[in-house]
Ligand binder design. Sequence first.
Ligand SMILES: *Cc1c(COP(=O)(O)O)cnc(C)c1O
Length: 409
Amino acid sequence: MSTANVAGSDVFPNRAKEILTHLEETGQIKHLQMIEGPMDATVRLRDAGEVVCLCSNNYLGLANHPEVKQAGIDAIEKYGAGTASVRFICGTFTPHETLEKRIATFYGMEAAYTFTSCWNANEAIFPTLCEPEDMIISDELNHASIIDAIRLTTTIKKGIQKGVYKHNDLADLREKLRTAREEKNVTGAIWVVTDGVFSMEGDIADLPKMREICDEFGALLVVDDSHGTGVMGETGRGTHEYYHMAGDEIDFITGTLGKALGGGAGGYVVGRREGIDLMIQRGRPTLFSNALPATVAASADKAIEILMNEPQRMQKLRDNVAYARKGIKEVGFDVLESPTAICPIIVHDTARAIAMSKKLLEMGVFVIGFGYPVVPEGEARLRVQISAAHEPAHLDQLFDALKKLKASA
Ligand SMILES: *Cc1c(COP(=O)(O)O)cnc(C)c1O
């Protein structure tokens, strides 16, 4: 049946084509790279062949670890593909319980609950735990999943207030908390939320000072440590451990199983028992959406076990990060300083960042260039991400390629 003559029937296809054409013409269109083998220090790309991978969040090199893979294979043999159910009906397998206990133990916190992504975890915690007399206060550079979770929360529960403080500006955070209590008369809970490690800058939140300020105003502290878990702290517990804080000094931590912890997929909330219990009862992503597949839960559990048993992986990552930062500077590029595995090389211009990343790929080095609107105008960058899977020779390849780029510029 043709609807070509019905008024309005061509609005969507025309608009979509217009947007795509605009993206194409302004050099902003993204082309998906096809990967033809496992994620590791090097990956095989369909178009570029075998290249050094410096753009994955596979920080501990566990994505292709034989035991992580075997755990998934064993779980699919034992449990099949899935439960065909949400958790509270008939969707909870033993590997879910095992993984959640493991996560709580890993952080030294009361309880954990898993989701199919950290995006889902963030969309579970705030809408479920916040009530209309509450306020949520968020860092302006927080991850998109936190921003959207807050928008969802304030939309479905009218009366919840929100505030945004300048990036890592604790005086501004304190002022937002003071006005909340003294001027806006917020009588409910106040939730302060921050990324542990910020993904585009590679910088970190000052959690000890944030804890102090939160305590002064009776606020809860929630940290999304997706880029910090398995990277930060002596034993990889995350950004709080970097500051020598115990896990339970943070009220709730959200995180992903799709980065350092195996790289499959999945997310979690870990923290105070009553919060986890409420999410099991009332969280919409838990009540209306399937669980993590048992295969993925088993692989993630194994990844965390390996991290806990092999702290030398953390040392390898730290050594690689130090080596990479030094080498990048030696060939004449500026890299933003931080203790994380994210090394942004600022090149300012978006088109230049994209052109550089293309040339690097031709030289066998896979690094992504980020420009506006992912980062502010004029601050385009190459984001180099380091893994414990890299050997010095892989990083030498990066330095060589950067040197050639410099010479040809
Ligand atoms: C990557 C990331 C997420 C998303 O994690 P998924 O499990 O892939 O949904 C959420 N928050 C932060 C801070 C992240 O860096």
